[in-house]
Design a protein. Structure first.
Ligand SMILES: [Ca+2]
Ligand SMILES: [Ca+2]
Ligand SMILES: [Ca+2]
Length: 251
């Protein structure tokens, strides 16, 4: 038997394994053959075209819904904050207006009560004209009990008003020279702001004369027609009407 015969004999005895052959072919194919572009595309599509799957579409929809819901919540929050802010601003304005109206009502009520109890307002002060007669010291005490002080005249307008309102009555003023004869001074019974009363006086001609060396308190007399010449000094024990004044500092 020659060599060819031996090989022929061996070949006839070997059984080819189809599986092994296929694997060899595949191995050979992927080992030696470069991947084509289409092959890569097929692989990519197979792995990443998730949106074509029902679960992918559902995820996208859920994501969009979440974004829309979040935007809605943010929008509602902004709107709510604006509405609440507007509501509180309106409530504060109404409360402030109500407080102002309440103060105005109380103020008017107080003015009405004062007027009905004998008080009269002129500019920033209130005035009370007594119906009784008392000494200067008792008159001063009466004004203090009323939370006021004997009237202090600060201006020509006030002098004219008091002269007119006191009518035909002679009234005490908060003016005296009881401390030093001839040195006239205004009282300062808590009449803050009135202590700077100007030195202008409205004495009658020939007054003050300190008659009998015993006239130390000033009265406003209506026995003269000139309101700017109507003061007279009298004994402080003389019983007269008096006028109290309430200033903003004593109200
Ligand atoms: Ca005054
Ligand atoms: Ca005197
Ligand atoms: Ca006199």
């Amino acid at each position: 038997m020659n060599t060819d015969q031996k090989h022929a004999g061996n070949q006839s005895c070997e059984v080819e394994n189809p599986t092994m052959q296929t694997m060899d072919i595949d191995k050979d194919t992927y080992a030696n053959k470069p991947r084509k572009k289409d092959d890569i595309g097929v692989t990519f599509s197979a792995n990443f075209q998730w949106w074509k799957r029902p679960s992918g579409v559902a995820a996208v929809c859920l994501g969009l819904l979440y974004v829309l819901l979040l935007a809605g919540i943010i929008g509602l929050s902004v709107y709510y904050n604006r509405v609440i802010g507007h509501y509180y601003s309106a409530a504060r304005f109404q409360t402030s207006s109500l407080n102002n109206l309440t103060k105005e009502r109380d103020h008017l009520k107080e003015e009405l009560n004062k007027q009905s109890s004998g008080w009269q307002k002129f500019e920033s002060s209130w005035y009370y004209l007594s119906t009784e007669k008392k000494s200067w010291t008792e008159s001063r005490q009466d004004c203090l009990k009323r939370g006021a002080h004997l009237v202090i005249i600060n201006s020509k307008k006030e002098q004219e008003f008091i002269h007119e309102w006191s009518g035909c009555l002679d009234i005490y003023l908060g003016f005296h020279d009881t401390n030093t004869e001839g040195v006239w001074e205004w009282i300062n019974d808590g009449a803050l702001g009135q202590s700077s009363a100007p030195g202008t006086t409205y004495w009658r001609d020939g007054e003050p004369n300190d008659a009998d060396q015993g006239e130390d308190c000033a009265q406003l007399s209506n026995k003269v027609s000139d309101p700017l010449k109507s003061w007279n000094d009298v004994p402080c024990t003389t019983a007269l009407h008096w006028m109290c004044e309430k200033t903003p500092s004593t109200l």
